[in-house]
Design a binder for this molecule. Structure first.
Ligand code: HEC
Ligand code: HEC
Length: 283
């Protein structure tokens, strides 16, 4: 305990009285500039608290909150969007493509809605997979016009909860004993020959004409009205090897797609149709 203050002979500064092995601690005062800034920040924080308090229920004197700023900005954005959404609602689906800006807006909305709702089945880019059609090509099971796509998306495919859903069931030729194994094998060979360009004559061709042509067309060209895929190309929904084709003929596949009419609003479905149509093979 230092009873009286002692001055350091070299600097003239008071010591604190603490001493270690002959080294004394000086009691250097804080610089004036530092103290001034310190008090300025104290005053600043007080003023700040009056303007912009953090205490729940307190209002600042200018009644400012960042939340209000955000909600004003959000309203502006929504008003901007609402204008475009109204335009989309009013435009016929064919007309959307004629207005570049409107098309860009529809495409952006369609892309987002596709990622949210369709990508799990059709793939994030729309390339599909076994049982889920590729939406990038110009091969359409149910038709590839804007209107066709809009109908497909609105009402779904074989979706029991929607009365206007796209319906058509390929018969289960094997399971229901309409054709025996050797007939199925023969007609599967015929389907393979159709897809590779040549249409073989023989038993398979006869079975095809009698049992399959009504839906798939005489030369396997398909029929979008009935959702019967074209068989005369190399694009397969369920695989193009003989085993997959035999299985399709034996059991039928009856792929299901949910209807979106009840879940997404009309404008979103329009945006989706425009987006899907633009992916590649819109007709
Ligand atoms: C649960 C899986 C599933 C989801 C989710 C799904 N689809 Fe599908 N989609 C299918 C299946 C399966 C088919 C083919 C059905 C058939 O055999 O005809 C199909 C067919 C289609 C077709 C018809 C293709 C053609 O060649 O005619 C379009 C268009 C389509 N989907 C668009 C969409 C869009 C847009 C969405 C998102 C809103 C979507 N799908 C979500 C399963 C799905
Ligand atoms: C009532 C109409 C109808 C008849 C008749 C019919 N099909 Fe189909 N077929 C369809 C539909 C619809 C599909 C779509 C697949 C699905 O069920 O999702 C299909 C799908 C197929 C596929 C799968 C194509 C692919 O891309 O993977 C093959 C192969 C096929 N049919 C062959 C036949 C053969 C062979 C016959 C005659 C023995 C036949 N179909 C009779 C309606 C029919």
């Amino acid at each position: 305990m230092a009873a009286e203050t002692e001055k350091d002979p070299v600097t003239g500064t008071e010591t604190t009285g603490h001493e270690w092995d002959g080294i004394k601690e000086l009691n250097t005062p804080l610089p004036r500039w530092w103290i001034i800034i310190f008090w300025l920040t104290v005053i600043w924080s007080g003023l700040y608290y009056i303007v912009y308090p953090t205490f729940p229920g307190w209002k600042g004197i200018w009644d400012y909150t960042a939340r209000k700023d955000v909600s004003v900005e959000m309203k502006e954005v929504q008003a901007g969007r609402a204008e475009w959404l109204n335009k989309l609602a009013a435009a016929s689906i064919e007309d959307i493509g004629k207005d570049g800006e409107l098309l860009a807006f529809a495409m952006a909305g369609g892309r987002a809605a596709f990622a949210d709702n369709c990508a799990p089945c059709h793939g994030s880019g729309g390339a599909g997979g076994p049982g889920y059609p590729n939406l990038l090509d110009d091969d359409w099971i149910w038709g590839g016009t804007l209107e066709n796509i809009q109908t497909t998306v609105t009402h779904g495919i074989r979706w029991a909860q929607d009365d206007d859903t796209r319906m058509s069931d390929m018969p289960r030729f094997g399971v229901d004993e309409m054709l025996d194994k050797s007939q199925i094998s023969a007609v599967a060979d015929h389907v393979l020959s159709l897809s590779s360009g040549g249409a073989a004559e023989g038993e398979g061709a006869e079975i095809f004409a009698e049992n399959c042509a009504a839906c798939h067309g005489e030369s396997g060209q398909g029929n979008a009205e009935l959702g019967a895929p074209r068989l005369s190309d190399a694009i397969w929904l369920y695989g193009g090897d003989k085993a997959a084709i035999v299985e399709t003929i034996t059991k039928a596949r009856r792929g299901v797609m949910p209807s979106w009419g009840g879940r997404l609003d009309e404008v979103t479905i329009k945006q989706l149709a425009v987006y899907v149509h633009s992916l590649g093979g819109g007709q």
